[in-house]
Design a protein around this ligand. Sequence first.
Ligand SMILES: [Zn+2]
Length: 386
Amino acid sequence: MKKVICFLLIVMLVFLPSCKTVSDTDSGFDNNTKTGKVFTGDINDKKFTRFRQSDYCSHCQFVQTYKGCYYCKNRFIYFSSDGISKYMKLCSKPDCLHNDRDENCNAYANTHLIAYYDRYIYYISVCQNSYWLCRMSMDGTDHKNIKPIASAKEGCTAFFEHGYLYYYKGFLGLLGNVNTAIYKTAVFDNSESVVVLDVKDKGIAVDDFAWFYPQDGYIYIYSYSPETEYSLCRYSMETGKWSDFVNTEMCCQSVFTEENKVYWYLFDDGFYEYTYETGITKRVADAVAEGFYAISYNDEYIYAFQYSDKRDSGVAPMFYIYDRQYKLIDSVLIDIEMEDYILSVYLTELEDYVLLTSSLINKPPDYYLLKSEFGSGDIKVRKIGE
Ligand SMILES: [Zn+2]
C-alpha cells in the first residue's frame, strides 16, 4: 500500500506520444531572452519559479504567478485569476470549442508539465518524435518550440525550477530504463543541455533509481530496494558532493526536504525527522489516526488527509491540520463526492487557501478551505467559483 500515492504521481507524468504541431517552430527568442543568462524579471518571481515540493498533484502541474494560477490537466492549460475562481481553459478564441487534440486551441499544449519564468509559461510537449521545451505567453497565445531535450523513444521525466529544466531520459518508476544521468538546461536561451550528475557515482543502479527533483541548489534522489524500500540522498550542485542516504521508506510525496532536515510520515506509526548535521533520525510524533493518510508539509502547516484502498469506498476523507511542531490545530471532514477515493483530495495551498479536488485525475481543483478558519473548529468546505 505504501506505494499507491507515489505510483499515481508517476503515471500522470508519462507523456502520450501524440504530436501537437506547435504553431511556430523557430526558436523564437526575442531581445529579452536571447542573452538573458541573468534573471531580469521581478525578484518576487522567485516565489513563482520555486519547485512546489508540497503539491499533491504531479509536480510542475500547478503554477502560481503574479497574474494568477495555471493548472495543467489532460494536456490542457487552465487558468484561475485568484486560485479560487473557476479554472477555465486558457483560450480566448471566439469560435474555439477547446476540443481535445485541437492544435489551434490556445489552451491545448499536449503537456503534463508547466512552469513560469520571466513572463512566460514553459512546458514540455512531444513533437517531431522528440520531447521539446516550449513556451507560450501568459494569455495562452504565441506557442513556440525552444529546443528538443530527448527523443520520444528515450522518454522523459522532467521538473522545472528557477528558470531551469532538470530532466532524465526515461520514465522513472517504470521498468526498462537504461540511463543514469540527469541533465539541466536553461529555459531562457537555446544553450545545450549539460549533465548535472550520474546516479552511478553514488552507487545507484539504473533499476534502483526511483525518483528525483531539484530544490534550492540540490538534486534529491530516491533509490528503491525491496529490503529497505525508499532511501533518499542529495547532490549539491554547488559543491558537487553527495549526502549520506536517509532511509525514509516512503517516496517523495510523504517526505519533505529542507536545507537542514528531512521530514516524513509512516502509516500507523508516526512522524520522523532526520537532521543532516548530526545524521540522526528521530521519531517525533504519533500517527494521525489509523489507516491511510498522506502528508503535505508546508511553511506553516502540516496537512494529513485520508484516502482509501478502494476506489468506490464512499468514505469522506478526514483532513487534519497541524502546525510544524505537530500540534493539532483543527480538522474537517471533506464531505464531497470523490470520483476516486484512492486519490488525494488535497491538491495544493496558496497564501490564504487550501485547494482540494474531487478528482485528481480528471478535474482542476473544485473545492477549497480558508486558512483564516483554521483553529475555529468550524472550517467550511467551499466550492471553487461560487
Ligand atoms: Zn480553444
